[in-house]
Design a binder for this molecule. Structure first.
Ligand code: SF4
Length: 328
């Protein structure tokens, strides 16, 4: 029977609340209590009873769709860090830094990107700019792994306070989802050097013009130059992966994307391999969802941005105009 370690070892903290991991929808709490939170305890007892909690639906969906889920990756990490029991202990942290972001990605929205709020015409006064300061409510003394997402975590200066507060960085692995448009500051890189390992996962879902449409308004040539800058200048404890979200926009182009990365960005400067990892999109651009809704959504984007999905993704024209499902 499948099992997941994360509810016993991991906590996700966002502005909206907490959950076991960044794939699980957070719930509101007055105070963060990793050990005694009633919902966390319920999820733990379900796993202990060999029940798959509803809260863990995204991993189930990934596995049902043939993607490798976070749940499936965790046991190797636990083994690699000599964790074999299910005692409740906070050693892994997913930390949502806030919604400061410079992009308006097609698979994202205003909750996670202040830039999206601007595009949707939300006035400066009404914009909801959120920064997460909650890390000081938890015991960080036993952490072995911290995962930063957002928004764009490299645009969030506040997360450096958490890095500086971590007692034994030489025992801790950092993991970032970053969009590739931001070069890390000198101060941040010098902090990274103190950590056991820093894994940068670049959120890149396609190449060239297709990339620019999906990760608007990022420029492909600038992102490529940043990838090479990271590869050629970062300390040796920094590793990279590509974390691609597969939606109806890039499902049919996966082979071309893999080829580009295997030919141009396949190892860091000390030959550690750069993996191309995929996860399914959720929301209006999700594969096998209502294509009429997807078409309407893309038409609205084009109207605001002066772009054209039909020009960038010609293979989608017969599909979105005829409501035929897309297979990855
Ligand atoms: S099964 Fe998936 S969603 Fe649930 S806690 Fe584990 S990693 Fe998170």
């Amino acid at each position: 029977m499948p099992f997941c370690f994360d509810p016993f070892k991991s906590l996700n903290i966002t502005a909206a609340g907490v959950s076991s991991c960044c794939l699980m929808t957070p719930w509101e709490v007055d105070n963060i209590d990793f050990y005694n939170d009633a919902t966390l305890q319920e999820i733990r007892s379900q796993w202990n009873k060999n029940e798959w909690p509803d809260a863990c639906s995204l991993c189930k969906k990934s596995e049902n769709e043939g993607f490798r889920s976070r749940r499936q990756d965790i046991p190797a990490w636990m083994l690699g860090n000599n964790v074999t029991d299910t005692s409740v202990e906070l050693i892994r942290l997913d930390y949502w830094c806030g919604n400061m972001c410079n992009l308006r990605c097609a698979i994202c929205g205003p909750d996670n990107s202040i830039a999206w709020q601007k595009e949707l015409g939300i006035s400066k006064l009404d914009r909801n700019h959120v920064t997460n300061y909650k890390w000081d409510q938890i015991d960080i003394s036993k952490l072995k792994w911290v995962h930063f997402n957002g928004g764009e975590p490299l645009l969030n200066k506040e997360h450096l306070d958490l890095l500086k507060a971590i007692p034994a960085p030489e025992n801790v692995i950092l993991n970032y989802n970053t969009n590739g448009t931001v070069r890390a500051s000198i101060e941040l890189v010098s902090l990274w050097e103190k950590f056991k390992l820093v894994q940068l996962d670049f959120s890149i879902d396609d190449i060239g013009e297709r990339f620019e449409y999906q990760r608007y308004p990022a420029r492909w040539d600038e992102v490529v130059s940043n990838l090479f800058w990271y590869r050629d200048t970062m300390p040796v404890n920094i590793m990279f992966d590509i974390a691609a979200t597969v939606s109806i926009l890039n499902a049919s182009n996966q082979d071309n994307i893999r080829v580009w990365f295997s030919e141009n960005f396949s190892t860091n400067r000390v030959t550690d391999p750069i993996r191309y990892r995929t996860q399914p999109a959720s929301g209006v651009l999700e594969i096998d969802k209502n294509v009429q809704n997807a078409k309407n959504y893309l038409d609205q984007i084009d109207k605001r941005r002066g772009t054209s999905w039909a020009k960038v993704f010609p293979e989608l024209v017969p599909i979105l105009n005829k409501s035929i499902n897309i297979k990855p």
